[in-house]
Write a protein that binds this ligand. Structure first.
Ligand SMILES: [Ca+2]
Length: 360
């Protein structure tokens, strides 16, 4: 009987994962012939376990692994660092230790921020914390925001610090889509806070962390040279989005998708139509947004003034995050997340010159 139940549970899991956008994956996509398949990227780290977020301080990288570690990469050496969290990580899909960003004064104060899903009484909940690096261990020092909705899927989880030195956080609808339109709920939102966890006095809704709403599962945030914020967002089935994020605006989920319009709601700058990018981490070089694609297996670019979307890299499998420093783009694959096909020594951190990405 127990075996039958676990078999049925497995079937349920497979069926559920087939419904979610992140999971869309096929061998056909892996072999797609869109540009960029022949570009050679240099491996900086390997044997990573579902790396989610790239942070960089000088020449040192810190990569979160969804399973709960942070890997330090320095001069070709790799160290897996322990992260001491106040609760055990939840073992639900798309969840674990995800977003991570260094404090602007990290070199002086050793501080960073992290977003993770923990388990409590059979439930899963997302939380934002401050960590401090103590020797080779990251220690949770305090909770900045708790009870961020979690569910079977759509955890959000991207953290970035804006040019205004505020901390921005993406949260998912946690498969409870009605919360995205509720400005009193913190799921299905982009949140903005001071680095001490307090609510900025110039946030659009007084006394609220909510910066923008009507989101489904945003997972990428980046600012262009003019200081404007853009996001990537997982759509329901296709209809992935790039949005220009402005304070207090409503991005429409679940009421509108794709090109649909509704009074008081923002239609995305561009969407994937019936195809799927499953977009995650993003970064800018001048006016071009580069974003990681999981199901889309590679890196895409979207140039603001020409409105041109291109696939600029493929052939490395699922990509979770990108990070740009000067003329170099770094990216991490996500072939070990159970939805891809791991190659030898996956997952990896790579680097490639932006100039090489632009070559035809
Ligand atoms: Ca939308």
């Amino acid at each position: 009987m127990k075996k039958i139940i676990s078999f049925l549970f497995l079937l349920l899991l497979i069926a559920l994962s087939a419904c979610t956008n992140e999971s869309q994956d096929s061998n056909e996509e892996a072999k797609e012939t869109v540009g960029g398949l022949d570009r050679e990227a240099k491996v900086l780290a390997q044997n990573l376990v579902i790396p989610w977020s790239i942070a960089k301080s000088g020449d040192i990288f810190y990569l979160t692994e969804r399973t709960g570690s942070i890997v330090k990469v320095e001069n070709g050496n790799q160290t897996r660092m322990r992260v001491e969290l106040s609760d055990p990580l939840a073992e639900v899909a798309e969840a674990g230790l995800m977003g991570f960003v260094l404090h602007p004064e990290f070199k002086e104060n050793g501080l960073a921020f992290a977003y993770y899903t923990y388990a409590e009484e059979g439930d899963s909940i997302n939380r934002l914390v401050q960590l401090r690096l103590d020797g080779n261990v990251w220690k949770e020092e305090r909770i900045l925001l708790d009870n961020i909705p979690s569910g079977q899927f759509h955890q959000g989880g991207r953290l970035e610090i804006g040019p205004d030195e505020k901390l921005y956080v993406t949260t998912g609808d946690a498969t409870k889509e009605q919360i995205s339109q509720d400005i009193n709920a913190i799921g299905g939102k982009i949140l903005r806070m001071n680095l001490d966890g307090t609510i900025p006095s110039d946030n659009p809704f007084k006394g609220s962390y909510v910066y923008s709403y009507g989101h489904r599962n945003p997972q990428g945030l980046a600012w262009n040279a003019a200081g404007e914020l853009y996001s990537t967002e997982h759509g329901p089935s296709g209809f992935d989005e790039i949005n220009h994020i402005q304070a207090g605006k409503n991005y429409g989920w679940p009421l509108i998708t794709g090109d649909e319009e509704m009074e008081g709601m923002q239609t995305p700058l561009i969407h994937s139509g019936n195809s799927t990018w499953a977009p995650s981490g993003a970064d800018f070089k001048d006016h071009t947004l580069y974003f990681a694609a999981l199901a889309g297996q590679g890196i895409y670019s979207y140039t603001l003034d020409t409105k041109k979307l291109e696939k600029v890299l493929g052939g490395y499998g699922r990509v979770r995050d990108v990070y740009i420093a000067q003329d170099t783009l770094y990216f991490v694959t996500n072939n070990t997340d159970g939805r891809g096909i791991p190659r030898e020594n996956d997952d990896k951190l790579y680097q490639i010159n932006l100039e090489d990405l632009r070559k035809n």
